[in-house]
Design a binder for this molecule. Structure first.
Ligand SMILES: Nc1ncnc2c1ncn2[C@@H]1O[C@H](COP(=O)(O)OP(=O)(O)O)[C@@H](O)[C@H]1O
Ligand SMILES: [Mg+2]
Length: 384
C-alpha cells in the first residue's frame, strides 16, 4: 500500500508532502495509489491552495480522464471520519477496476439486469416500480465478492465507497453505531455503490451468546436503513458466512446472490484472462491446468498465476511448465493422480518421459513406472 506519511494534507507542509507522495507513488506506476492520494487531496485540500473548489474540480477532472465517470461528490469536502480521530471510515474508489471478472452465467445475468434496470429507470418508475437497491453477496473467501462490487460500480459509472464492518466493529465497538450511521448517511446523500464488506460482523444471529447490546443496536440501525434505502445508490453487502445472518436480515435485501467455487469453465476463463498478456499460452497446457486446479478459488488461481509468471521470468522456463511443476508439487505423491498427470502430459503435450521428468521435477524412471500404472488403471477400467 502506498500509504502517505499521514492521512491529511491539511498542515503547513501539506502541499509539499502531497507532491512528494504523488511522485513516489506515480514513479512506481501505481495507478490505484495515485487515485487514492488524489482522493485524499480532494477531501483535505492543503492550505497553500488558492481556490479550494477549482482545485478539487481540476483534480477530479484529472482522475476522471480516461474514464467516463461524471458524477462525484467531493463538494462537501469531507468523507465520514471516525468519531474521535480524523481517520476516514471509508475507502472511495472513483474508477474501480474489475477487469476479468468471471462468474456463474446466472449470477452474471442478474448483475447485468441490475445495470439495465438503472439504464431504463424511467420506464420502471413510470410503471410504478422501484429499482434493485440492495444486494447481498455470499460465498467463500476469494470467489469475487469484493470484485463484484467493483464491477457493479464500474458498470454503473459510480464511485465505490467501501466500509469493512469487521474492522469498524472490532476496533471501535462503543462508537460503531454512530460511525456506521454516518457512512450510511454519506452514501445515501448522492449516487454511489456502497460496499458493506464482512457484513456478518454485525448481522450475527441475534440469539448469539456473544451478542451485546451495542451490536444489536447497530444491526437495527442497518436494517432500518435497508428498508428506506433510496434507489439513487446501490447497497452491496458481502459475507463469507451467510449462515450467521438471521433471516430477518436476509429478507431486507432486494437480491441474494450466492457465489461459489469456480467450475472448470470459469477456471479456464480466469486463467485465459490472466495469461492474456503473457503471450500465447499452449491451449493443452491450459486445459491440464484447468483440470488440476479443481477446488481452488479464483483468488488461488490469481496467486498461482503470479507466482508462476515471476518464476518463469527468473528461471527462464516457459510459464506453462512452471504451472504444471507447481501443481504437481502439491499433489500427494506418489499416487494415481500424479500417475494420471504423467499420462496426460505424454498424450496431450506429446512429451517424452525425460521431458515430463524435468517439468515435474522427478526422475525419468519414476515417470515411466507412473505411466505404466496409469495405463494399467485405464485398461483395467476398460476391461473390468
Ligand atoms: N470471479 C472472479 N473472477 C476473476 N477473478 C477473481 C474472481 N474472484 C476473485 N478473483 C481474483 O481474486 C482476487 C480477490 O477476490 P475478492 O473479490 O477479494 O474475493 P472475495 O471478496 O470473495 O473474498 C481478485 O482481486 C481477483 O484477482
Ligand atoms: Mg472480499
Amino acid at each position: 500500500m502506498p500509504a502517505a506519511s499521514s492521512n491529511s494534507y491539511h498542515t503547513n507542509d501539506g502541499l509539499e508532502r502531497a507532491i512528494v507522495d504523488l511522485v513516489r507513488v506515480g514513479t512506481r506506476g501505481h495507478g490505484a495509489g495515485v487515485r487514492q492520494l488524489a482522493a485524499r487531496l480532494m477531501r483535505s485540500v492543503p492550505p497553500g491552495v488558492h481556490n479550494t473548489e477549482s482545485f478539487r474540480d481540476a483534480v477530479h477532472t484529472a482522475i476522471a480522464a480516461g474514464s467516463d465517470i461524471t458524477e462525484l461528490r467531493y463538494t462537501s469536502g469531507a468523507l465520514p471520519t471516525e468519531a474521535d480521530s480524523a481517520h476516514p471510515l471509508v475507502d472511495v474508489d472513483v474508477v474501480p477496476d474489475a477487469d476479468g471478472l468471471v462468474l456463474d452465467p446466472a449470477v452474471m445475468s442478474q448483475l447485468k439486469e441490475v445495470v439495465t434496470e438503472r439504464e431504463r429507470a424511467e420506464e420502471l418508475h413510470s410503471a410504478g416500480l422501484g429499482l434493485t437497491r440492495s444486494i447481498l453477496l455470499s460465498g467463500p473467501p476469494g470467489v469475487g465478492k469484493t470484485m463484484t462490487a467493483r464491477w457493479l460500480a464500474r458498470a454503473l459509472n459510480l464511485p465505490l465507497v467501501s466500509l469493512d464492518l469487521s474492522s469498524v466493529v472490532s476496533s471501535y465497538l462503543g462508537t460503531s453505531g454512530r460511525n456506521i450511521k454516518s457512512v450510511l448517511d454519506y452514501a445515501k446523500s448522492g449516487p454511489c455503490v456502497l460496499l458493506l464488506d464482512e457484513f456478518d460482523a454485525i448481522a450475527k444471529r441475534r440469539d448469539d451468546d456473544a451478542d451485546i447490546g451495542e451490536l444489536k443496536r447497530i444491526v437495527n440501525v442497518v436494517l432500518v436503513e435497508l428498508d428506506r434505502w433510496p434507489d439513487t445508490s446501490l447497497l452491496v453487502a458481502a459475507t463469507n458466512h451467510p449462515q450467521l445472518l438471521d433471516s430477518a436480515a436476509e429478507r431486507r435485501f432486494d437480491r441474494l446472490l450466492s457465489l461459489g467455487l469456480p467450475d472448470a469453465n470459469q477456471r479456464r476463463s480466469v486463467l485465459q484472462h490472466l495469461s492474456a498478456d503473457a503471450g500465447d499460452m499452449d491451449q493443452s497446457v491450459l486445459s491440464i491446468v484447468t483440470e488440476l486446479t479443481d477446488g481452488m478459488t479464483n483468488s488461488d488461481l490469481a496467486r498461482l498465476w503470479l507466482l508462476a509468471r515471476r518464476r518463469a521470468i527468473l528461471t527462464d522456463v516457459p510459464v506453462g511448465d512452471v504451472l504444471l511443476n507447481e501443481l504437481a508439487c502439491h499433489m500427494p505423491d506418489p499416487g494415481p493422480r500424479r500417475d494420471k498427470l504423467f499420462l496426460t502430459l505424454r498424450d496431450a503435450l506429446e512429451l517424452s518421459n525425460r521431458q515430463i521428468a524435468s517439468v515435474i521435477g522427478v526422475s525419468h524412471p519414476t515417470v515411466a513406472s507412473g505411466i505404466k500404472r496409469a495405463e494399467g488403471a485405464r485398461n483395467g477400467g476398460r476391461t473390468g
